[in-house]
Design a protein around this ligand. Structure first.
Ligand code: C2O
Length: 347
């Protein structure tokens, strides 16, 4: 079948969520680089263990902090540069590429591309971070916003290279996040006391993960197919909220598009983006296990064979398919085992 994939030679100006022009194309024409097919990491390499952001220790934070400062100091021509990494998100979320087989724009939100594409992005990012500090075991933290102890911005994101001034001041710790935050509505809304907000969040999680996500399409998002008519525009439960909701909640209310986190073109400039998506990635795993079968939830070859391009830690351009990222053990990482309190929150 004709699958979704970007044509790298087409990189062009694109539009933000609010239709402002933006340009995030790579400085070197990537199409002229040699392209490597994705290979799984060696099965004897260490498993990286992603831990909750409110559990990580000082040494870990110091190492991670150092890696981010190195990335910020690299030239933009280096694919490991912090803003180059952020622009990977911009490229694929604003439609900087046309599809391989049509002139339609390639976009990765609001459909079944959401989970696998973001898994790829943070997988490569994690390995770049680790390689810059010579740590093969480095794993991204996850912002555990679905657990009461994780429901505010984790402390370490307030310091060093983790800090981002472009965040909503009234949402900094100890403010409890609203997992179903709706900006337009929030203007007139009163904030709930922390205990009530926590309870509302927990019940909401049960809905997004369990009662509202029984069918694969509801959780994963709608089938986005190649071609002019192919875009389906119906995000899965978790993508819509807490995912979108928290992007908006973290981003700065004083900026035109709530940058950084509140606009897709700028979101990955804020280090918390990676903790946010690491948790989304974990929840995909949790949902997969709740299904109780190892078969992929989606068997459609148009999904399984869709492919994208990322730079690996050796700055090689790699072509990777969705079917390559369905087993995280093969990708050599896992998540610290924690309780998911919302699992017992059936109303
Ligand atoms: Cu591609 Cu959290 O957005």
């Amino acid at each position: 079948p004709i699958v979704l994939s970007p044509n790298l030679t087409t990189c062009h100006h694109s539009l933000t969520d609010e239709d402002h022009g933006v340009y995030c194309c790579p400085p070197n024409p990537e199409a002229e680089e040699s392209i490597f097919d994705f290979k799984f990491p060696d099965s004897s390499s260490p498993i990286r263990v992603r831990r909750a952001a409110h559990h990580v220790d000082k040494d870990y934070i110091a190492k991670y902090n150092k890696a981010i400062s190195i990335m910020k100091s690299l030239p933009y021509t280096d694919p490991r540069n912090w803003y180059r990494q952020a622009d990977m998100h911009c490229l694929y979320c604003t439609g900087s590429y046309n599809q391989e087989h049509s002139n339609s724009l390639m976009k990765i939100h609001r459909s079944w591309l959401f989970f696998p594409w973001h898994r790829m992005m943070i997988y490569f990012h994690e390995r770049v971070v680790g390689s810059l500090i010579g740590d093969e075991t480095f794993a991204l933290p996850f912002w555990n916003w679905d657990s009461p102890e994780g429901m505010m911005i984790p402390d370490f994101y307030m310091n060093g290279s983790f800090f981002d001034v472009d965040r909503d001041r009234s949402h900094l710790p100890p403010q409890v996040a609203d997992l179903n935050f709706d900006y337009d509505f929030a203007i007139n809304a009163t904030t709930l006391p922390p205990r009530d907000q926590t309870a509302v969040n927990t019940a909401f999680m049960y809905n997004q993960m369990v009662s509202g996500a029984k069918k694969a399409e509801l959780f994963m998002g709608c089938p986005y197919k190649a071609g002019e008519e192919g875009f389906c525009d119906a995000p899965g439960t978790i993508e819509a909220a807490p995912h979108n909701a928290l992007h908006t909640w973290v981003g700065c209310n004083l900026n035109p598009e709530r940058e950084n986190m509140g606009a897709f073109y700028s979101a990955a400039r804020d280090p918390i983006f990676y903790g946010h998506h690491s948790n989304i990635d974990r929840l995909w795993e949790v949902w997969r296990k709740l299904r109780g079968t190892d078969d992929p939830a989606i068997m459609d070859a148009e999904w399984l064979d869709s492919y994208f391009y990322f730079h690996n830690e050796k700055s090689q351009l790699v072509r990777i398919r969705i079917r390559d990222v369905l087993d995280i053990t093969k990708l050599r990482y896992k998540f610290e085992t924690i309780d998911n309190p919302w699992l017992n929150a059936r109303p």
